[in-house]
Design a protein around this ligand. Structure first.
Ligand SMILES: *[C@@H]1O[C@H](CO)[C@@H](O)[C@H](O)[C@H]1NC(C)=O
Ligand SMILES: *[C@@H]1O[C@H](CO)[C@@H](O)[C@H](O)[C@H]1NC(C)=O
Ligand SMILES: *[C@@H]1O[C@H](CO)[C@@H](O)[C@H](O)[C@H]1NC(C)=O
Length: 408
């Protein structure tokens, strides 16, 4: 009896130790976030073990676990019709709103889900619910793209998939089939999906046949650069759930099928040190001492190494490609981008990627709405229903859909 009490106490203490992480009191629902983070961390650890045992790639194992939390087959209600199909060989899930009174032509959003280019699916409950809400509340057609993931494919295949599906959708006969207004189409995505949406926006802009086909872009805590892992938000949120800095850097390395041995060096910006000539001209595009306001930079100091590791960008030149890092695109590419919405969260390593992109777009003459949430954390917008319902999840989603309603 006594020994089982001791054992139980020890287990509880161990669980508490595992779950507890110091969080700022300003984050939304901190206890719930700790539990969500502990669940995600244990799934990552199980996946790493599976990888170590040689049973499967850790990202395949992790995605299997994520999907087992709830994949939904296509379904329909009185308000929304849901269909799984493919657009030029790329799987998509289409949500068609059917609110009354009926409109002759609907608005539309091409949606790209997040998950580090490696995880999640348009069909999991979280994204299904988000797109359903968008279709219903906007009475719109939402095309959610099931692009292929790491480790099946690597950069730039994810971009090719979203471009192929979107180009197919934009054909007059396809828009006609779905009763979509060709002048009221937007592109959107969260996290790595926001990265792909931003890359798609820039690619379309440079293609005369596709220019001006998108009315808006809406980027939710997007990933926009891999050159500086020491922006104030990266420094402030080094260990913040659910995206600590080293996890983000590993997603980048995986996206390029690169070598994990570089992760520690990249964390200290050794890949973009002053002796890396390839990075010299690009560094000015993400110079946060001039792009970010003093309220954000506070007392954080730039991390700029004099000598680093010149091998990293030689082996992974994709790190300096604007298709992977839309923030470093030239001003000429930015200036004709459509009206833009960027949502950022205070407790997120990617906060400053979004704020810097907003600033660069504004300087290029693009109309930008920067929607910042002081109690937000990375990924919060998909966490709106029980048991993973967060107050900031609901507020971010409402704010995002409201912006689309007013601007699309
Ligand atoms: C960064 O580069 C410097 C100079 O080559 C080296 O001394 C240092 O160990 C590197 N840091 C990491 C974490 O790789
Ligand atoms: C960044 O901007 C600051 C302030 O405008 C300037 O002093 C600095 O030289 C710039 N650094 C780079 C690398 O462009
Ligand atoms: C989450 O949902 C439950 C059950 O509907 C509710 O009691 C709780 O207040 C919600 N929490 C938040 C943060 O929205």
């Amino acid at each position: 009896m006594r020994s089982s009490c001791v054992l139980l106490t020890a287990l509880v203490a161990l669980a508490a130790y595992y779950i507890y992480i110091p969080l700022p009191s300003s984050v939304s629902d901190p206890w719930k976030l700790m539990l969500l983070d502990a669940t995600f961390r244990s799934a990552q650890q199980v996946s790493n073990l599976i990888h170590y045992l040689g049973l499967s790639h850790h990202l395949l194992a992790l995605n299997f676990i994520i999907i087992s939390f709830g994949k939904k087959s296509a379904w329909s209600s009185a308000q929304v019709k849901v269909t799984d199909t493919d657009f030029d060989g790329v799987e998509v899930r289409v949500f068609e709103g059917s609110a009354k009174p009926e409109v002759p032509l609907k608005r539309s959003v091409v949606y790209i889900h997040g998950g580090g280019w490696a995880l999640a699916s348009a069909k999991i409950r979280y994204y299904d619910e988000l797109c359903k809400a968008m279709a219903e509340e906007l009475n719109a057609v939402i095309v959610s793209i099931e692009y292929r993931l790491v480790p099946k494919v690597y950069f730039p295949e994810q971009i090719h998939d979203v471009i192929r599906a979107t180009k197919y959708f934009l054909q007059p006969e396809v828009l006609h089939k779905y009763s979509v207004d060709p002048g009221r189409i937007g592109v959107s995505g969260d996290s790595a999906g926001g990265n792909l949406a931003a890359a798609l926006g820039q690619q379309f802009n440079q293609d005369a046949n596709l220019k001006n086909k998108l009315k808006v872009q809406a980027l939710i805590y997007p990933v926009l650069q891999a050159l500086d892992f020491n922006t104030p938000s990266y420094q402030q949120n080094v260990n913040t759930p659910i995206l600590p800095r080293y996890v983000m850097v590993k997603y980048w390395v995986d996206y390029f099928n690169g070598n994990y041995d570089f992760v520690q060096a990249m964390i200290v910006n050794n890949h973009t040190s002053l002796d890396v000539e390839e990075a010299a001209a690009l560094r000015a595009h993400l110079n946060w001492t001039s792009l970010l306001p003093a309220s954000i930079t506070k007392n954080y100091k730039p991390v700029m190494q004099t000598t680093g590791n010149t091998r990293i960008v030689q082996e992974i030149p994709q790190l300096l490609d604007a298709r992977s890092a839309p923030l470093i695109a030239d001003q000429e590419v930015l200036q004709h981008l459509p009206k833009t919405y960027i949502l950022t969260c205070e407790h997120d390593v990617l906060r400053d990627d979004g704020i810097m992109y907003a600033k660069r777009l504004e300087s290029a003459g693009v109309e930008v709405t920067l929607d910042h949430f002081e109690d937000g954390f990375h990924g919060c917008m998909i966490f709106t229903s029980w048991p993973t319902n967060f107050s900031v999840g609901i507020r971010t989603r409402n704010s995002y859909i409201k912006w689309l309603d007013q601007n699309l």
